[in-house]
Design a protein around this ligand. Sequence first.
Ligand code: ATP
Length: 347
Amino acid sequence: MALQIEGLSKSFGSVKALSDLTLTIPESTFTCFLGPSGCGKTTLLRVIAGLETAQEGTIRLSGRDMSKTAPAERNFGMVFQSYSLFPNLTALQNVLYGLECRGWAKAERHRRAMEMLDLVKLADQAHKLPSQMSGGQQQRVAIARALAPRPTVLLLDEPLSALDANVRAELRGEFRNIQKELAITTIMVTHDQSEALEMADRIVVLNKGRIEQTGSPVEIYTRPRNRFVADFIGNFNVLQVGAGGDGAIRFGSQTLATAADASGTDLLGIRPEAISLSPEPLGLGNALYGEVTRVRFLGNIQVLTVRPDCAPEQLLDVELHGPENIPQPKDRVCLNFAADALCGLSQ
Ligand code: ATP
């Protein structure tokens, strides 16, 4: 079901955690609330769950106002960072628990609990206690438990952040597949950009209790609206530009070819991987000569920092794949990029 959030504000004393947020979460989508520590993402999730009360604003589920509905009556499933399973109950008993509380008939609740454990690939571990399972398995049980009562919305509060990198990578795919299979409206809080980019249909970038940008992962990544989003979502080159007398956009002493959405701003952004290096111009639209000042080896990629001749105070990063033919510090290079690789940013 779709969620409509309108004019939501929440303060803790003098701390304004959420400021006049308006947002729609479309039905059956996977939405990530993404932002740095303290930006308000957990508070927003908790207000949606009914665990916190907002001072202003409304939350509607398919048009119905939820503001006065108690958390238990919202029929939302929740999974937290800490697995929060009952330690003295087996995986099966943990999943059964919520169904018992909701008065499901015995045979039906057993069938449903096993169906959910099967969905998270743990049917053969149903008899185990949480202490006998890995962190990843415990989090799968937590998902099975949250999904068992057929919630209308699934709320995930950093469910993967306590897990080690390999398990996290595996569960990203699994959680996403489960969400798609059940077509359940899902919101996940995360501070991990790559997690949001990989899993979400839509990302809501939050900063200081406000929405900076909402969009698909591709939109957020390739067309960040402002400097905050550009800096937060991976590595991004921000170019301070000015208008020349002829109206052309100038980067230091050189004119840049830009697309329409780059006009009317003095900040342009470009991803390091959108720049190609060559000894001579490649004819992509823009070619800047410069000198390599630094090379960083990051395993699958190498990041070169280049000082452009036209604007020596504005260093640009370029990403290269593969270990061969990597220029070294002090090498002369040409940076090539297309006009539409540059996007306009507001401050
Ligand atoms: P993190 O990723 O660190 O969990 P977050 O983005 O989820 O951060 P919130 O936990 O929502 O941020 O907190 C938003 C702001 O509200 C912060 O300044 C936080 O200190 C404050 N805050 C949150 N909960 C409370 C509370 N119960 N009492 C007082 N202040 C709170």
